[in-house]
Design a protein around this ligand. Structure first.
Ligand SMILES: Nc1ncnc2c1ncn2[C@@H]1O[C@H](COP(=O)(O)OP(=O)(O)O)[C@@H](O)[C@H]1O
Ligand SMILES: O=C(O)[C@H](O)[C@@H](O)[C@H](O)[C@H](O)COP(=O)(O)O
Length: 185
């Protein structure tokens, strides 16, 4: 497949986004962003208290991530983003921004960059049992395992016509990375 400008590693909390995303970026030599690092403090505090985020909390965060992707991709930088991106509408924001394909213009009014990010979505998919087992063992993270149920309720797995692959979290990390690298060929 023709290389996308950016690769989104998505899934519920504990599905392996950060681990897979960082390994993959290092293997491909692409820049890595972890969307967790871009949550405003209010979002982190909310999740830390066991309250799930809503659209209002997530949309400005996703718009900021879209701007980062667009900037990098327009400058020729390939990017891996680890981000929950649980709903289709959230993935659409990452690709097109909030109001759809609104081009960023320079002062002459001409299009400065393409308005869309060419994105391959990698959905790390697994059962509640396997993922909650991993979250219960994970230490030193602000996200409480109790929020996993709401993550599954919110999840809209990618489907056609989205440009995506789905990989089981039951595979080991090297199998997951190899599958993604193979897809990019
Ligand atoms: N494929 C895998 N097999 C076994 N353990 C994994 C796998 N992917 C991730 N893990 C472990 O599961 C936990 C959650 O992974 P993490 O990358 O933090 O998930 P997320 O970023 O989606 O919340 C971590 O302790 C990580 O080491
Ligand atoms: O949209 C959301 O509700 C959050 O982004 C959430 O899905 C994300 O998973 C947290 O930031 C916790 O971080 P981990 O995914 O690393 O557990």
């Amino acid at each position: 497949m023709a290389a996308p400008g950016a690769l989104l590693v998505m899934g519920v909390s504990g599905s392996g986004k950060s681990t897979v995303g960082a390994l993959l970026a290092s293997k491909l030599g692409w820049k890595f962003y972890d969307a967790d690092d871009y949550h405003p403090e209010e979002n982190r505090m909310k999740m830390g208290k066991g309250i799930p985020l809503n659209d209002q909390d997530r949309i400005p965060w996703l718009c900021n991530l879209h701007d980062i992707l667009l900037r990098d991709v327009a400058s020729g930088q390939h990017v891996v983003l680890a981000c929950s991106a649980l709903k289709k509408a959230y993935r659409d924001i990452l690709i097109r921004g909030k109001d759809g394909a609104s081009p960023k213009c320079d002062e002459t009014g001409k299009d400065k960059h393409p308005a869309e990010v060419k994105l391959l979505v990698v959905h790390l998919s697994g059962s509640f049992e396997v993922i909650s087992g991993r979250l219960l063992k994970r230490k030193g993270h602000f996200m409480p395992p109790e929020l996993l149920e709401s993550q599954f309720e919110t999840l809209e797995p990618p489907s056609a016509p989205e440009n995506f692959i789905q990989i089981s979290v039951d595979k080991n990390l090297s199998e997951i990375i190899a599958t993604i690298v193979e897809t990019l060929k």
